[in-house]
Design a protein around this ligand. Sequence first.
Ligand code: NI
Length: 178
Amino acid sequence: MAVLPIRRFGDPVLRQRAGETDQVTELHRRLANDMLETMREAPGVGLAGPQVGVLERIFVWEVDDRHGVVVNPAIVSRSRGTVEEEEGCLSLPGLYYPVVRSAAVVVEGVDENGEPVRLVAEDLLARVCQHEIDHLDGVLFIDHLPEELRKEALTRLRNEALGLPSTPMPRGAAEGGL
Ligand code: NI
């Protein structure tokens, strides 16, 4: 197992669409283990392939004492209800903004052994699934923000990249990166 470098905002790999995985192999099992270790070390509660430079449709998650790997995930149904909660991302460290997400989703895919997996996800796990599947499509959580907040987030990222001071982020209840 190995901790992999996490790609940061500005890395073009985060903006590309990851491709479907045709066959789950030993390489994917090794990748999944490395991704779980990388996520735990960060620490985070979810991590997607592109965040470690792998353009395949795979993500790992860990919420409370449950964890898992989903390859080729698809949201097959979602609740009508939505919730707005503060969200962060391991690829955009230090940024936290409220994002509206479906309150519950059902995700289907296969696990690291190629076996079918079905996640009935609510609360934080629902948020993690939606955030990580976005990553597989090159979408970042700041893309969901209203224009004003999105601009503010981009200014913060630019200032950070230039080494300029930025007003501190009023950090709320975010529970680790995604
Ligand atoms: Ni993320």
